[in-house]
Design a protein around this ligand. Structure first.
Ligand code: 7TS
Length: 419
């Protein structure tokens, strides 16, 4: 009997990603910066190319064949995204440039309801995208920002959250999976508690949508945002999910073409959802390619992606634990790598994360160093900056081995200089 070893998920999909098959600085590329942006499969690249080669045309405007085809594909992508996050209606999905724009849309549009003394609860681990729009809103309206801190294991402190929330709380806006700590926040409980106080909840799902199944109806969030470029789609496209009645009640964000029904010189009526929030010519090719990315991810299965990445995360943390100088941030993985996201932010004693990143780059390994747009979190953790390796389902155990070996060499090298 011949025994054939079953291929890992990464082995099955790697050929779909042309960019992964190259040398960087004379070494095979090991791409571990997936939390910043993911790589794109051929299906997505071909979708972009097909659009421009075969039916490039503006949407919702022309009656000609190409325009109808572009409109169908663009609106078809909306259907795919709606199904991917299990929205109750396609009208609940608004295309934006990215998650940042989606949060700003809510802050400007819904936020205009807020008054002096109303409270907004965020956490100290928010990405700047989920902090600055609320700071700006607080400055405009006199609303007050409150912050959930971390537990001892560097996770969302649910008990403290319960002590912060009150009838004054109008909004809770928090990240689902932290891009620095890698913790998976208890959003279901956060949302249930917030709703008891009549507060709305926005979930920043940038780092969860690409890595695990998401069901907005089950979660019961009021809004959820994500960026296409972190989920195998191009840059320049993201989406806002919002409950239908809530989106209906919100005034437009940007004004112009596409978002109107009837226009007069001195006033206008607005289009129904979702067009009301999509002023101007949208990122057509990018949206259609986001639909292709969703097809690609669904074809693999988000459960399968989550399970594979969890196993890989377990391996990454096991290997990092062998290096005494390494301090990782956020919770440690539980059994089988579960319980945290597939990324590790870390420091290595006195070695500057940028120096680590530079040495790793020379070995073809791409990681990120800095504050990862979570500067207040780094201040809270008393870390100037961290290095971060972030994984995707196309990463292999062998790539982690290359990363760990080079990391050890870098630490030894700097250790010999310092000592
Ligand atoms: N929220 C989270 C949790 C993120 O990780 C990011 C991007 C954003 C919001 C903003 O996404 P954008 O597409 O609107 O810019 N995070 C990162 C990162 O960790 N490294 O580079 C970008």
């Amino acid at each position: 009997m011949t025994f054939t070893k079953e291929k890992t998920l990464a082995e099955q999909v790697r050929l779909d990603f042309p960019i992964l098959h190259q040398e960087v600085n004379g070494k095979p590329l090991v791409y571990l910066d997936n939390a910043a942006t993911s790589q794109k499969p051929m299906l997505v690249l071909n979708t972009l190319r097909d659009y421009y080669e075969q039916y490039n045309s503006n949407v919702h405007r022309g009656v000609h064949t190409l325009s109808a085809k572009a409109t169908d594909a663009y609106e078809g992508a909306r259907d795919k995204v709606a199904a991917f996050v299990n929205a109750a209606s396609r009208q609940e999905i608004v295309f934006t440039r990215n998650a940042t724009e989606a949060i700003n849309l809510v802050a400007y549009s819904w936020g205009s309801n807020l008054q002096q003394g109303d409270e907004i609860i965020l956490s100290v681990m928010e990405h700047h995208s989920n902090l600055i729009p609320w700071q700006m809103l607080a400055q405009r309206t006199g609303a007050v920002l409150k912050f959930v801190e971390l537990t001892e294991t560097e996770e969302f402190n649910l008990e403290q959250f319960k002590s912060l929330i009150s009838d004054k709380t109008k909004l809770v806006s928090t990240v689902h999976v932290s891009n620095t700590l890698g913790c998976i926040n208890p959003v279901q409980e956060i949302i249930a508690i917030a709703h008891k106080y009549g507060a709305k909840v926005l979930i920043d799902a940038c780092q969860s949508v690409p890595h695990m199944p998401i069901d907005v109806q089950q979660m019961d969030c009021d809004w959820l945002v994500a960026s296409g470029h972190k989920m195998c789609a191009p840059t320049g496209i993201g989406f806002l999910y919002g409950k239908l009645d809530l989106l209906r009640s919100m005034p437009p964000f940007l004004g112009g073409g596409e978002m109107i029904a009837d226009v007069f010189l001195d006033h206008a009526t607005y289009a129904d959802l979702p067009n009301k929030f999509e002023a101007g010519t949208p990122a057509i090719a990018e949206a259609i390619a986001l639909g292709a990315a969703v097809d690609y991810l669904s074809g693999i299965g988000m459960d399968k992606i989550y399970t594979y990445e969890a196993e890989l995360t377990g391996y990454l943390f096991e290997q990092l634990a062998q290096i005494p100088e390494i301090r990782t941030y956020g919770p440690l993985p539980k059994v089988a790598g579960l319980g945290r996201a597939a990324l590790a932010a870390f420091t290595a004693g006195d070695v500057h994360p940028h120096d680590l990143s530079t040495i790793l780059d020379q070995a073809g390994v791409a990681i990120r160093a800095g504050h990862h747009c979570t500067q207040p979190l780094h201040r809270y953790l008393v870390a100037q900056s961290t290095a971060r390796a972030s994984l995707s389902f196309y990463n292999t155990h062998e790539e982690i081995d290359v990363f760990i070996t080079t990391l050890k060499e870098a630490i030894d090298f700097f250790g010999s200089i310092f000592n």
